[in-house]
Design a binder for this molecule. Structure first.
Ligand SMILES: *[C@@H]1O[C@H](CO)[C@@H](O)[C@H](O)[C@H]1NC(C)=O
Ligand SMILES: *[C@@H]1O[C@H](CO)[C@@H](O)[C@H](O)[C@H]1NC(C)=O
Ligand SMILES: *[C@@H]1O[C@H](CO)[C@@H](O)[C@H](O)[C@H]1NC(C)=O
Ligand SMILES: *[C@@H]1O[C@H](CO)[C@@H](O)[C@H](O)[C@H]1NC(C)=O
Ligand SMILES: *[C@@H]1O[C@H](CO)[C@@H](O)[C@H](O)[C@H]1NC(C)=O
Ligand SMILES: *[C@@H]1O[C@H](CO)[C@@H](O)[C@H](O)[C@H]1NC(C)=O
Length: 409
């Protein structure tokens, strides 16, 4: 009895299902008197159901793709003037660093190797070999290099190691030597409070403007921005510095500038105008994309996380782990008691690590970043109509004032 009613309880709603379901196909199947009608409606219903399932699966898959949309908003608002760093393309003064024996031997070897490379290409050329310099050439790994561009970059890299032990206070530019004139928003700059000086091991001394965001961007155009007159002394250029000019980098105050790899070169004897637009970028973190604002352990720099800072930190950590010494081009991790890499003891290990071609992919982009998009234009400078440039008084130098200056807005 109980058995019967239970079967009934299941059977009844099932047999009446075609009548009460809200779908369209199934009632048609139930109502059909002819077998082929029933088959027709059944097939239609199955196809429709399959389509429904297919669409639903697509929708779910799409959801788990974590697609994002890019949103761009144009805003007109009061913003802080960007931080601007200017560096000389020649890191150290020749007249000072050539007195350092290790730097002198590097530069001599560099020039000797340069000569012997160009001489080697010409069968009529004869060059006396210098046993001492040949020995240094092997020590610096210049032996297998037959391209002057490769040699120059190698020598620039090694310069960082050779100069590490010396006191470079007198070898780098002072602010008064480098910046000859400065105005912001048509007013005089305050040379002591507006500019911050720091030493970048690859670039020598660099000068940073508005790092504390004290100046606001009031109006657009070159007149209301920052205008600086910069001077460099070509006769102080090292053998490895072949480009005469300055490096300019415009960045957000929250970020660490890396003037040795980013930024723009402006040449001497020209007036360069740099226009910027600011783009504030926010990226979505996992699972939408790969970005991070968290600094990894042993991150070397203050201020916000950046991909370059992360890669340098990993490089430095590998250097310390593998060679027991740190590369003086980058800071030493806090709390580490590794010593600086020296030539010749650590050279082979250092060269192997700087030469690694495979890179670590663990450094992702930052989630929040302010990017200045820059357009640079330049004109000949001085135009010829001026008689007075910067703080220069005619007759002060061997060359005329006009030949030693450089300006940019
Ligand atoms: C080899 O070069 C060194 C370093 O520049 C120099 O002091 C030395 O006099 C040179 N020797 C010869 C034989 O030219
Ligand atoms: C480096 O040289 C400068 C100027 O010659 C001097 O004032 C300074 O004390 C020196 N620094 C060190 C660490 O010796
Ligand atoms: C910027 O602010 C920091 C901390 O408040 C201060 O130490 C530094 O001297 C300031 N820099 C300038 C250029 O005013
Ligand atoms: C450039 O450096 C050389 C060598 O140190 C010096 O004799 C000359 O006076 C300097 N020129 C300028 C314009 O500073
Ligand atoms: C630093 O040096 C001290 C003593 O020389 C040693 O006990 C310590 O383990 C070293 N620390 C590191 C991180 O190598
Ligand atoms: C640097 O790497 C290249 C290619 O991987 C290799 O041919 C070269 O010998 C390496 N140089 C040094 C100094 O290790």
């Amino acid at each position: 009895m109980g058995q019967l009613s239970r079967t009934n309880a299941i059977k009844q709603p099932l047999s009446s299902f075609p009548e009460w379901t809200s779908t369209h196909g199934i009632p048609q199947v139930g109502r059909s008197r002819k077998l082929y009608c029933m088959g027709f409606w059944a097939i239609i219903t199955l196809i429709a159901a399959a389509l429904l399932i297919w669409q639903t699966v697509l929708l779910i898959l799409q959801y788990y793709h974590y697609d994002v949309s890019v949103q761009i908003e144009l805003k007109f608002e009061q913003r802080a003037f960007p931080a601007v760093t200017v560096c000389n393309l020649n890191p150290y003064r020749k007249s000072v660093v050539y007195n350092f024996p290790k730097v002198k031997r590097l530069m001599d070897t560099y020039e000797y190797t340069m000569k012997s490379i160009s001489c080697g290409a010409d069968p009529t050329c004869y060059m006396a070999t210098n046993a001492t310099l040949e020995q240094y050439r092997t020590m610096y790994g210049f032996q297998g290099i037959y391209d002057t561009a490769a040699l120059q970059t190698r020598a620039k890299n090694i310069l960082g190691l050779e100069i590490a032990g010396y006191n470079i206070t007198d070898a780098v530019d002072k602010i008064g030597d480098f910046i000859q004139g400065c105005s912001f928003n048509t007013q005089d700059c305050d040379m002591t409070n507006d500019w911050e000086t720091y030493i970048d091991p690859k670039m020598g001394s660099c000068f940073a403007f508005n790092t504390n965001a004290t100046h606001m961007a009031q109006r657009a155009g070159p007149i209301y921005g920052l205008r600086v007159v910069l001077k460099t002394n070509i006769s102080e250029f090292l053998a490895t510095s072949d480009a005469a000019g300055m490096r300019v980098i415009v960045y957000d105050q929250g970020e660490k500038p890396f003037p040795d790899i980013f930024g723009y070169n402006v040449q001497t004897g020209s007036s360069s105008s740099i226009g910027v637009t600011f783009v504030d970028m926010s990226r979505l973190a996992e699972p939408y994309g790969q970005c991070t604002d968290d600094k990894p352990d042993n991150y070397l720099y203050d201020l916000a996380y950046s991909t370059e800072g992360c890669q340098r930190s990993i490089y430095q950590q590998e250097m310390i782990d593998n060679c027991n010494c740190y590369d003086p081009s980058y800071p030493i991790p806090a709390g580490s008691n590794a010593t600086v890499c020296v030539i010749p003891d650590d050279f082979a290990c250092w060269a192997r690590l700087t030469n690694l071609s495979s890179s670590d992919n663990s450094c992702t982009q930052p989630c929040n970043e302010g990017v200045y998009e820059v357009t640079v234009s330049s004109a000949k400078w001085p135009s010829g109509s001026v008689t007075q440039v910067g703080n220069c008084i005619e007759g002060e130098y061997d060359e005329s004032c006009l030949t030693v200056f450089k300006v940019f807005f």
